[in-house]
Design a protein. Structure first.
Lengths: 342, 285
């Protein structure tokens, strides 16, 4: 009898857990790690009564794999531009109701015009936009020409890293050779691959996780990657003469966008949350916490810290937004695994 | 009448193993024979493309590097583990020694890897000591190469080798060694001729415990290898194909193939052992 009771308790627990997982006033957010401050979620709850439960990922690829494989029920995800296209093509997104996103009007026209992967914001609203560049320790290596060719300089051998990210590193090599970072021409990708193989000899490693810490500790002086990653680490380290270079040959722009998933049961609240994140004061607060460039004039006035660069500078240099390549993606994976192996 | 309750008691465990191990493995085998969908997932259409892809020179090269790393890391682990286990079995402070080996493994796996990074870095402890001692005059980069990967892999698998070895050595009858020495055999020779053959089961077990997880490693080569030549292992290839290429059948095919190779190896060993046992029994009738 006792055993039976224990068993029924376990069963009951399972039932309860599965029932309680979806409440009306709870939102499930699946975001990049270190991409939203806890106090913003806290204040949102205070203001609206909606609780946001956060789960994080470290790459678009792993986020997508989780959405494809698991039964994870999320309301809002923050994919980069190419993954917005992919999710939309796969019918995994709910359309954005623009009239509910009143704060979208703060975002500058020229920035909205950049979002060619989703004109008129039918499926996504921009969260933050960044341009991948080169972090340099000027105190160690002096002034440098803003160019991807820095990775070809043998004098810096062993003190440089590039990202362990297929699209970012091949994108840099493509831009260096004057090609589009979204190229689907096998010849161009072959040339970019050979450039990267040449650069690899001078690199300490390919790394997309640790370069911020390594840069702050002084073990590397040149790091291909996002400025915000390095700036976050530099908060605790001083004495580093830091500079962020946007190479003159252009490069990769990533647009991390807020999307609502098609199977979300809370689309109404999801829109309220997205609108909240777009509000200039909140936008400025998040940008200040993580050192991002802001998307609105209004937020620029409110922010307290300066970002390492302005996104418009990148646009002037011919930076391009990362797009989804569909079937041609395998050209990149082929080249990338060859680079990692040799 | 004694009722056999074994079945009832193991029922829960059986359900867990079936649902959590066997069914997912069957799904993996099933997926390996399907057509890939470039947006992730699979198209439900029979195809051998995945197997055609993995029987290529590209995969042979990855396999070669993986095997080399596994071989050296396993050998290194065994070389360190054997004397440790021997000493432990003979020591009067077995419990304390056992604790010393187990306690570090309560620390998170990743934290231990980062600790190794702090040791091997250009401005890490090892360089600091070598510089102080005047052995080198410029810091040497110990990280991000094959040797570093092998060393860290060996470190992480050490307890898995020591424990079975310790078990085997503890059961060993040490008077046999005395007898060997009484009969004029040297110390080393009696170890090699008497101890090692007697603890062979333990050696094989710990080699299996060490080599198989190392073979499938992903995180150590990823963090310690830094994508440099000779550090790229099969686990990383699987992740690369699965995440970047969004190809599901190929990783499934690799897994299926490895599973069958392991199973064949397992049964080969079993058949040989039971054959030997039979021979032994026949001889000693």
């Amino acid at each position: 009898m006792k055993k039976l009771r224990a068993l029924s308790a376990i069963v009951l627990m399972f039932v309860l857990v599965s029932c309680s997982s979806h409440k009306k006033d709870t939102l499930y957010l699946f975001n990049w790690s270190y991409y939203i401050p806890d106090d913003v979620l806290h204040d949102f709850k205070k203001e609206t009564g909606i609780k946001v439960i956060l789960d994080t990922y470290d790459s678009n690829e792993s986020m997508y794999a989780k959405l494809r494989t698991g039964n994870a029920q999320y309301d809002i995800v923050v994919p980069s531009s190419d993954y917005v296209e992919l999710l939309q093509r796969e019918g995994m997104l709910a359309p954005i109701e623009r009239d509910k996103l009143t704060n979208l009007s703060y975002i500058d026209e020229d920035i909205l015009a950049m979002l060619t992967f989703d004109k008129d914001q039918e499926w996504s609203a921009p969260y933050f936009i960044g341009a991948t560049g080169i972090n340099i320790n000027r105190g160690r290596i002096g002034d440098q020409d803003p160019s991807w060719s820095i990775f070809a300089s043998e004098s810096l051998r062993g003190r440089m890293t590039m990202m362990n990210d297929m699209r970012e590193s091949l994108g840099a090599a493509l831009a260096y050779n004057g090609f589009s970072i979204n190229s689907t021409d096998p010849m161009e990708i072959e040339i970019a691959k050979n450039t990267l193989l040449k650069w690899k000899k001078n690199l300490l490693k390919f790394d997309a996780e640790m370069f911020g810490k390594d840069f702050a500790s002084g073990s590397i002086a040149v790091a291909h990657g996002y400025a915000e990653v390095v700036l976050t680490e530099l908060e605790e380290a001083d004495g580093i003469d830091y500079q962020y270079l946007l190479p003159k040959e252009g490069g990769v722009i990533y647009v991390d966008s807020l999307v609502v998933l098609a199977n979300s049961e809370n689309q109404e609240n999801a829109h309220i949350f997205i609108n909240y994140l777009l509000r200039p004061d909140i936008h400025a607060r998040i940008a200040d916490t993580f050192h991002y460039p802001v998307l609105t004039e209004e937020a620029q006035k409110l922010r307290k810290k300066r970002s390492a660069y302005d996104i418009r500078d990148a646009l002037d240099l011919g930076y391009e937004v990362k797009r989804d390549l569909g079937d041609k993606n395998s050209l990149y994976t082929q080249a990338w695994s060859e680079i990692l192996k040799s | 009448m004694r009722k056999n309750l074994g079945f009832r008691y193991t029922l829960l465990a059986m359900i867990v193993t079936t649902t959590l191990t066997i069914i997912p493995l069957l799904i993996v085998i099933f997926y390996s024979f399907l057509t890939k969908n470039s947006s992730g997932g699979v198209i439900y259409q029979f195809s051998l493309d995945a197997y055609r892809t993995i029987f290529s020179k590209e995969y042979a090269l990855v396999l070669k590097d993986t095997l080399i790393i596994t071989f050296w890391a396993t050998s290194m682990t065994m070389l360190v583990a054997l004397p440790c286990a021997y000493y432990m079995a003979l020591s009067r402070h077995k419990d304390i020694l056992m604790m010393i080996i187990i306690v570090p493994f309560w620390t998170n796996f990743l934290v231990r890897i980062f600790a190794w990074k702090a040791i091997l870095e250009a401005n890490g402890f090892l360089n600091l000591i070598l510089l102080k001692l005047g052995i080198i005059d410029t810091p040497f980069m110990f990280l991000y190469n094959r040797t570093a990967v092998i060393v860290v892999l060996a470190y992480t698998s050490l307890p898995f080798a020591i424990l079975p070895l310790y078990n085997a050595i503890e059961k060993f009858d040490f008077s046999l060694l005395e007898a060997a020495r009484d009969l004029g055999s040297g110390h080393m020779r009696s170890l090699a001729k008497i101890l090692i053959p007697n603890i062979r089961g333990g050696i094989v077990a710990s080699m299996v415990f060490v080599a198989i997880p190392i073979f499938g490693q992903y995180i150590v080569p990823q963090l310690i290898g830094g994508g440099n030549a000779g550090t790229f292992m099969l686990g990383q290839q699987i992740a690369n194909v699965f995440f970047n290429e969004r190809n599901w059948p190929v990783p499934s095919a690799i897994t299926t193939l490895l599973m069958f190779v392991t199973l064949i190896g397992f049964f080969a060993v079993r058949i040989r052992t039971s054959q030997k046992n039979r021979d032994y029994l026949a001889k000693n009738k």
